[in-house]
Design a protein around this ligand. Structure first.
Ligand code: DOR
Ligand code: ZN
Ligand code: ZN
Length: 426
């Protein structure tokens, strides 16, 4: 049994839209032919007339909260939320309870993903036991169990020797180190950026240097160890400067940025509402501009959401006390399409590549492209559909978004993983 997607607008090698029919057999794309041709595949037909048909989106930075924080999200709800956002592959962070720092926990996540998940889930393992920064985890056993990289996301690795040891070991087994960059000595008690909002409300701020100090340190350690070093959620001009320079020197460094750091600054925060609280925080307009330019010039390689669901009770504690994080899956593409593509600033091809081919290239994934022979992970998007963001409709358990009521264009309507329709709007 196959699947045929008719009248698909697909991006060709030149980045232009072409009208095609796509045939899928088992889990592979078997044909991309001129629309309306006679095809001999039996099976379900999806009419994608007027819709974009793209490779399934890939999100290399997400929090699924399982095990341990099932009141915030589960692998079942998180993967449904991802599918609704057009994502077919997501890489989950290990700051769960217990922390994903043993082969058993990796296995638990993979087993749950296989039985309860509807998109591909790639687990990261912690760099240090319990993410405490004191003792390295068993990298070899974690890799063997299926971890795709090492990260203590949620916190930075404070000790430089610990990070160097981690990088040396990871490099020896050809595994990447992924870093949440934050010097804790500079951020004690801070909830928002050190800038205009903090000043106005008399709050302690998170300075740009707290991120950039780790980025600079780690670029030097990556140069010394030869590891593939990936910087999480870049948010400052200074980090970008350091990444750009390291790339020029041939250091194997890659980086990601989140939609909120491309679209919002501290000046947009309307109140002490914790739906505007995330780490790294919303920075200055100048930092936002630097992030946009860095993505445009290739200093930043990809877009990730840092999907970080929290319960409404937790977020109701207010700006100072609520946990950091916002949900991301179900708004990422429409936000970026509306603000950057529909406005003519980026091409559609540029945006799609940063969410598909580029994360696949950086992390050596087989998915991320739509061509004959490729794995049939596919996203269908209605580029004309306009809707307001309504958290009540999210498939995520999280409702924590600053984008409520934003009128956005370009909503995913169907998601195919491994040749099977896993979610559709109808
Ligand atoms: O905003 C964030 N939320 N930043 C992090 O580093 C952690 C994440 C979470 O786990 O909620
Ligand atoms: Zn982080
Ligand atoms: Zn994160």
């Amino acid at each position: 049994m196959g699947l045929i997607i008719k009248n698909a607008n697909v991006l060709n090698a030149a980045g232009e839209l072409e009208l095609k029919d796509i045939t899928i057999e088992d889990n592979r794309v078997t044909g991309i032919i001129d629309a309306g041709s006679e095809v001999e595949v039996s099976g379900e037909v999806i009419d994608a007339a007027g819709k974009l048909v793209a490779p399934g989106f890939i999100d290399m930075h997400v929090h699924l909260r399982e095990p341990g924080f099932e009141h915030k999200e589960t692998i079942a709800t998180g993967t449904r939320s991802a599918a609704k956002g057009g994502y077919t592959t997501i890489a989950c962070m290990p700051n769960t309870r217990p922390v994903i720092d043993t082969p058993e926990t990796i296995k638990l996540v993979l087993d749950k993903a296989a039985t309860e998940g509807i998109v591909r889930v790639l687990p990261y393992a912690a760099i240090t036991k319990n993410e405490l920064g004191r003792e390295l985890t068993d990298f070899a056993a974690l890799k063997e169990a299926g971890a795709i990289g090492f990260t203590d996301d949620g916190v930075g690795v404070q000790n430089a020797q610990m990070m160097k040891d981690a990088m040396t070991l990871a490099a020896s087994m050809n595994m990447p180190v992924i870093a949440h960059c934050e010097d804790e000595s500079l951020v004690v008690g801070a909830a928002v950026n050190e800038g205009t909002f903090a000043k106005k409300h008399g709050l302690k701020g998170i300075p740009n240097e707290s991120e950039a100090i780790h980025v600079g340190r780690d670029c030097l350690l990556a140069e010394a160890t030869g590891v593939h070093y990936h910087v999480c959620h870049v948010s400052t001009e200074q980090s970008i400067r350091l990444i750009r320079q390291a790339k020029q020197f041939g250091v194997k460094v890659t980086a990601e940025v989140c939609p909120h750091h491309l679209l919002l600054s501290e000046e947009d925060i309307p109140s002490m509402d914790a739906n505007w609280k995330m780490n790294p925080p919303l920075r200055s307009p100048r930092d936002v501009q630097a992030c946009i330019e860095a993505l445009e010039d290739g200093t930043i390689d990809m877009i990730v959401t840092d999907h970080a669901p929290h319960s409404q009770e937790e977020k109701a504690k207010g700006m100072q006390l609520a946990p950091f994080g916002i949900v991301g899956f179900e708004t990422a593409f429409p936000l970026l399409y509306t603000k950057f593509v529909a406005t003519g600033k980026w091409t559609l091809d540029f945006l799609v590549k940063r969410m598909t081919a580029d994360p696949a290239r950086v992390f050596g994934l087989e998915t991320g492209k739509l061509e004959i022979g490729a794995i049939a992970d596919i996203t269908i998007v209605d580029l004309e559909s306009v809707q307001g963001v309504n958290p009540e409709t999210f498939l995520s358990k999280g409702r924590n978004t600053p984008f409520t009521d934003w009128q956005l264009k370009g909503w995913p309507v169907a998601t195919i993983v491994d040749g099977k329709l896993v979610w559709s709007a109808e």
